[in-house]
Design a protein around this ligand. Structure first.
Ligand code: UD1
Length: 448
């Protein structure tokens, strides 16, 4: 039976090298920026590569901390992970020695839980830690565990670990989720590719990263298809083969740079940008009065209307794809501080994802939290440099956006959160004309 005492309470994470961003704002950004590969797609593909003993090769993988953590976690299992060139990873899971994903990996990154489905399905057992990850919401994993159980797994929870076995082989079934979960869908999908018989997942997440994972699995020889927008069907195979895949661009990074161009009153061109995956966001940005136009794989942002005629307030609500991504709520909230009028923000996916607005207020914003899921933002308020602290990845990047728009200098503590998910973010902002330095916490020395 479950042990009621979460083991994490006793866990002291390794100290991270704390870093600070110092940003001198108030300068319009201009120029072009190349969008990197998607974090949320790449992490799942690295996990999916354990479904076969053959070599898999991934290109356009973002050079970010979360990918490094996933690579290290795989190496600790005995998987060979090569990094032959920037943005390229090769994974060979012939000899998996340890079917154990420790707390050290799980506490650093929630996506380590993506190893549950593939390891259980291929090897019939795994011991995996309950994940920590971002401090947004409670973020349980009950849906993942229930999905594995419905596929025939036996799972016990003891001392912060899930002990999972699949007597014989996992069996195809109908996996029914009570609501949409991105990683829940992906874990069930990976497990079902090697299960005996047919699996139907419903409602299945519709995020583009899930479809990119399906595309990779098809190259591995998996029989899987999205048969309706919210339904994925899988016919389990006995084995899968190695495959090569190029990761789709990161729509969340793209949205972040759209807001950077807008709130600094600049003109920015995004190249390799997935406009098709950003329809709900592009609609909001356009409604707010920002100039935005999409080409085949470019996005042009024109923020020069920020003073005249000015941006307009608008109400937003996050939702699973194709709705407005919850990961784009923080950047959009920064944009709304520069819009005239009252904007209502409804964060429908996670609780706690509005708390960071308190830090934004320290820079002069007028955001009012009504409850865990609702806030209002009154604009336009000039932003001023301040000393602020990053609590999680997306709020971190958004405080950088606010700092770029603010008059004066902002010191942002907790910069390491941003490196989890953004490749070379300060280099990209520097190339657009920003004044930004990354320093080790408590020193004046710049880190590279
Ligand atoms: C993924 C993304 C994250 C994004 C989120 C929503 C990755 C690595 N992360 O996270 O960037 O913000 O989708 O688009 O891809 N829930 C449960 N029980 C579970 C699982 C989830 O109650 O077992 C709840 C969550 O608390 C949340 C909701 O379901 O309220 C949706 O979360 P989910 O779609 O599962 O997010 P993740 O897959 O964890």
């Amino acid at each position: 039976m479950a042990d009621a005492r979460p083991f994490h309470w006793e866990y002291n994470p390794e100290p991270v090298a704390r870093e600070v961003f110092r940003i001198e704002g108030g300068r319009p950004l201009s120029g072009s920026v190349a969008i990197s590969g998607s974090k949320n797609a790449a992490l799942k593909m690295l996990a999916a590569a354990t479904l076969t003993g053959e070599r898999c090769r991934f290109t356009n993988v973002p050079e970010i901390e979360d990918v490094r953590v996933m690579a290290e976690t795989l190496r600790d299992l005995g998987v060979v992970v090569d990094h032959p060139a920037a943005n390229t990873y090769e994974v060979a899971s012939g000899d998996v020695e340890w079917l154990f994903v420790p707390l050290e990996a799980a506490a650093k990154m929630r996506a380590s839980f993506m190893l549950l489905g593939p390891l259980l399905s291929r090897f019939g057992r795994v011991i995996i830690s309950n994940p920590g990850g971002d401090r947004i919401g409670r973020r349980p994993v009950d849906l993942h565990v229930d999905a594995m159980r419905s596929l025939g797994a036996e799972i016990e929870y003891r001392n912060g670990y899930y002990f999972a076995t699949a007597p014989g082989r996992l069996r195809g079934t109908e996996v029914r989720f009570p609501f949409v979960s991105v990683m829940g869908t992906e874990n069930a999908l990976l497990a079902a590719t090697l299960a005996d018989g047919q699996t139907v997942i419903r409602p299945a997440a519709q995020e583009p990263e899930v479809d990119d994972l399906i595309a990779f699995l098809q190259k591995m020889g998996a029989e899987v298809a999205r048969t309706y927008p919210d339904t994925i069907e899988i016919h389990g195979r006995r084995r899968l083969r190695g495959a090569d895949h190029s990761v789709i661009p990161d729509r969340i990074e793209a949205g972040t740079f759209v807001v950077a161009g807008a709130v600094t009153g600049g003109r920015v061109t995004l190249s390799g940008a997935p406009c098709d995956h950003l329809a709900a966001f592009v609609e909001v940005v356009g409604r707010a009065g920002v100039g935005i136009s999409c080409g085949r794989d470019t996005i042009e942002v024109d923020g020069t209307g920020i003073d005249d005629p000015g941006f307009r307030a608008c109400d937003i609500q996050t939702a699973p794809y194709p709705g407005l991504a919850t990961d784009l709520q923080p950047p959009t909230s920064v944009l709304l501080t520069q819009a005239h009028g009252v904007s209502n923000v409804h964060e429908a996916v996670f609780e706690d994802r509005l708390e960071w607005l308190g830090e934004l207020n320290r820079m002069g914003a007028r955001a009012e939290l009504q409850d865990d899921h609702h806030a209002s933002i009154t604009g336009r308020t000039p932003l001023q440099g301040a000393e602020v602290e990053i609590g999680d990845l997306r709020a971190g990047a958004s405080l950088m956006l606010a700092a770029l728009a603010a008059e004066g200098t902002t010191t942002i503590h907790g910069a390491h959160h941003v490196h989890r998910g953004y490749e070379n973010i300060e280099r990209k902002f520097l190339d657009l004309g920003a004044r930004i330095e990354r320093l080790a916490e408590g020193t004046d020395s710049t880190t590279s």
